[in-house]
Design a protein around this ligand. Structure first.
Ligand SMILES: [Zn+2]
Ligand SMILES: [Zn+2]
Length: 752
């Protein structure tokens, strides 16, 4: 009786018969959002009722932790008298069953502690507490600036910016308003003290403007209509179906999956869209607003704590109908998910590389399975994984062949920089220079693509050859000349520029080696001084507001030549941008990564897609010293499918994903000897059944990262092998002393 998970009235009655004894409590298992081995058993006091999915406060050591009721306890587990009772049940919507099943599945597949996976679903514990009133601010009149100026109130530029951003806006907290306007919180408070803003008490009752599926969408062409109808049909089926929406850049994929979102919304269900770089999706949000009348809820690292709390709660209560987010949005507690869209499904940004290693594109399909909803994977350059799933019949493929509203795709021209040589300490070939000049003269815009932030990737001393390296990683420090700093792009270590060489103490002896975007900007400014040049990287564009401002400057033609990294590769559409120059097309091919060619193809194809829109033909110049590489030939000829076939044949031959299984074991720690010992121990105990190959241990490409030494083993296996079982049994007996850690990466994407 004591083991029964529920406390029905009959339990209570029978309990009363034993007056004088300890009150009978039911036993439950509670998963805590901590990297522990599994759920722990607790008791439920008779005064409480706790159902699976409920958020509860449970004692752990001498503190209370919020956890989730995972199911009935284990009657054969820890003796009941040793168990502690839970403290309370929180007044929050329960974590839906589909989420719990998803957490268990993900944890088992990626060999991660379930509690660490749960933590991703509970990233906002504040959302579980009852709402408390907060101070909000609002402006009362749209003419507030003129009125207050007339009254003689001092109006600084910051105040003007704040007030104009608040006109017609709902009340919000100071931090949120400050962020939107790009001012400090002190400016908001001072403006309120000066009577420019009114204070209001806000009870955090989340309301979300509902997207309206009935609004008329844009006119779709024949192919779009066929694809949209197929997706709408899938959406009404209430079961997992996966479609690969395969269409070249500009073929109108977004408009097509918007119709599937409309169908999910009409059915009263929720829709989730995953984008690889949500902070930069200003244009996507505008298109959504054009179609549905309001912007969707957002989920990304750039939200304030209050926004996160409100959005998490809104999702859990079913008030958020459509949410667009980064990969972490997959873990939100949607009670009635009706559709998942993964846009740019080939993007490696969907792979999480720290904490729990998982791939959000693959997990979106699993999430769809538990939510019984369809999943749409959209891309102009689908991953080989998705194509293999189409070929095996697991996914359906919907093709959009034409560029919507544009006559022809951009012409891609290969520039062999061994013949068409840039000048000394310069990176633009004569042909690219000519094309830039011509585009500028015609009043059109150009994009120079170089996937390297900063001024130069390496700085060395001309006197003694000393290279400036990161003290925590095996990587060089990158000079950022605008910011006058040297930075490590792996750990964020940063130091000011040095005058003297730390090795030979010579003065002003440092020389920059190779180009970064800043150095390229210098070269462009020297030969086209009349052009307006802007550098765009994650250093200069890290919020949706900055991204929106950049889009406005481009659209207003305040920029002639934009120089940027992969941040510019996707999503942006500028009608006057007709020339794209890829400064170093070979950059991604180095490093020996199994996906190097595929990734280079995807990235460059995407960059190329920025050129020429709305009727203006685009031109793309790829500078390479490997003009005969298959990936360059495929880009120039536009024969994507032939390239993919060749890539997939090669992977098939060597048994690499998606035709074989791959996992990495990474041993890391501050003590190199200990790391080496553990890695060798793992290798010694490696199981070697048929169809399994263990490679390594070898120092990782980044043998030192954030002060931790790293060794890697790679496990390659046939598809028939259960990698999880193999690894779990293998690693069970391995001991990692002190601060040495063993991390497992199933289906690794990074080989650093
Ligand atoms: Zn030196
Ligand atoms: Zn570093």
């Amino acid at each position: 009786m004591a083991n029964r998970p529920s406390s029905t009235s009959s339990d209570r009655d029978s309990g009363d018969l034993f007056a004088g004894e300890l009150p009978e409590m039911s036993r439950i298992s509670v998963l805590l959002p901590l990297p522990l081995t599994g759920a722990y058993d607790y008791l439920v006091p008779r005064t409480l009722s706790a159902e699976p999915g409920d958020f509860v406060l449970a004692p752990l050591g001498n503190r209370l932790v919020v956890g989730v009721v995972w199911g009935p306890g284990d009657p054969d587990g820890v003796a009941e008298k040793k168990l502690k009772p839970i403290d309370s049940v929180l007044d929050a919507p329960p974590l839906p069953e589909a989420n719990r099943a998803f957490i268990d599945w993900l944890a088992a597949y990626y060999l991660a502690p379930p509690g660490a996976v749960l933590r991703m679903a509970m990233s906002v514990t504040a959302a579980l507490e009852p709402p408390v009133p907060r101070t909000g601010y609002v402006v009362e009149s749209p003419d507030v600036i003129l009125e207050k100026e007339a009254e003689g109130v001092r109006m600084t530029a910051a105040r003007k910016r704040l007030l104009s951003s608040m006109i017609d806006r709902l009340p919000a907290q100071a931090s949120e308003l400050a962020k939107e306007a790009g001012v400090s919180v002190a400016v908001v408070k001072a403006a309120s003290d000066a009577g420019l803003l009114q204070r209001v008490a806000m009870v955090d009752q989340a309301t979300f403007a509902e997207p309206d599926p009935a609004l008329p969408g844009p006119e779709l062409n024949e192919e779009q209509k066929i694809a949209a109808e197929a997706l709408i049909e899938m959406t009404s089926a209430h079961t997992l179906n996966v479609a690969l929406l395969d269409g070249v850049t500009g073929s109108g994929k977004t408009e097509v999956y918007f119709e599937a979102i409309a169908a999910a919304l009409e059915a009263g269900r929720q829709a989730l869209v995953l984008l690889p770089e949500i902070a930069l999706s200003a244009q996507w949000l505008r298109r959504f607003e054009d179609r549905f009348g309001v912007v969707p809820a957002e989920w990304h690292s750039d939200l304030t704590a209050a926004q996160r709390r409100r959005t998490w709660r809104g999702v859990a209560e079913g008030k958020v109908k459509c949410l667009v987010g980064a990969r972490s949005a997959l873990h939100l507690p949607f009670p009635d998910l009706g559709l998942i869209v993964v846009d740019e499904e080939h993007e490696s940004a969907f792979k999480q590389e720290d904490g729990v290693h998982y791939h959000a594109r693959d997990m979106a399909v699993v999430r769809g399975q538990f939510a019984k909803c369809p999943v749409v994977l959209a891309s102009a350059t689908p991953s080989l994984e998705s194509i293999a799933n189409v070929e095996s019949g697991r996914y359906r493929r919907l093709v959009l062949p034409e560029r919507h509203g544009v006559a022809e795709p951009p012409k891609i021209q290969i520039v062999d920089i061994r013949k068409d040589k840039p000048g000394r300490q310069e990176w633009l070939s004569p042909s690219l220079r000519t094309a830039l000049e011509k585009t500028l003269a015609e009043g059109e815009q150009s994009l120079l693509f170089l996937n390297r932030r900063g001024y130069a990737p390496l700085t060395l001393c001309r006197t003694c050859g000393f290279r400036l390296a990161c003290p925590n990683c095996s990587s060089w420090l990158v000079e950022h000349r605008f910011a006058r700093r040297l930075e490590c792009h792996h750990c964020g270590y940063s130091t000011s520029q040095m005058k003297n060489c730390p090795s030979c103490e010579d003065t002003d002896s440092f020389a920059a080696c190779g180009p970064g975007v800043e150095r390229l900007a210098e070269e462009v400014a020297a030969f086209l001084p009349q052009a307006n040049v802007e550098v765009v990287t994650s250093d200069t564009l890290h919020s949706p507001f900055q991204a929106a401002a950049f889009v406005d400057r481009m659209t207003a033609k305040e920029i002639d030549i934009v120089i940027g990294t992969q941040i510019l590769a996707k999503g942006y559409h500028f009608p006057m941008l007709t020339l794209v120059g890829v400064v170093d097309a070979d950059l991604g091919l180095n490093g020996g990564d199994l996906r190097a060619s595929e990734r280079t193809y995807q990235l460059l194809q995407q960059v190329a897609g920025r050129a020429g829109r709305a009727g203006r033909p685009g031109k793309v110049l790829l500078q390479t010293s490997n003009p005969d590489a298959p990936v360059m030939e495929a880009l120039a000829s536009g024969d994507r499918d032939a390239f993919l076939e060749q890539e997939s044949a090669m992977r098939q031959e060597f048994g690499y994903p998606p035709y074989g299984r791959l996992a990495a074991i990474i041993v890391s720690g501050p003590d190199e000897r200990a790391v080496e010992d553990v890695a060798r121990d793992i290798a010694r105990q490696a199981p070697r059944p048929d169809g399994v190959q263990v490679l390594g241990p070898a120092p990782a490409a980044l043998a030192l990262l954030r002060g931790r030494h790293r060794r890697r083993l790679l496990i390659k296996a046939d598809r028939s092998v259960s990698m999880q079982k193999l690894l779990a049994n293998w690693l069970l007996s391995i001991k990692a002393p002190g601060q040495t850690r063993i991390a497992v990466d199933i289906d690794p994407y990074s080989f650093l």
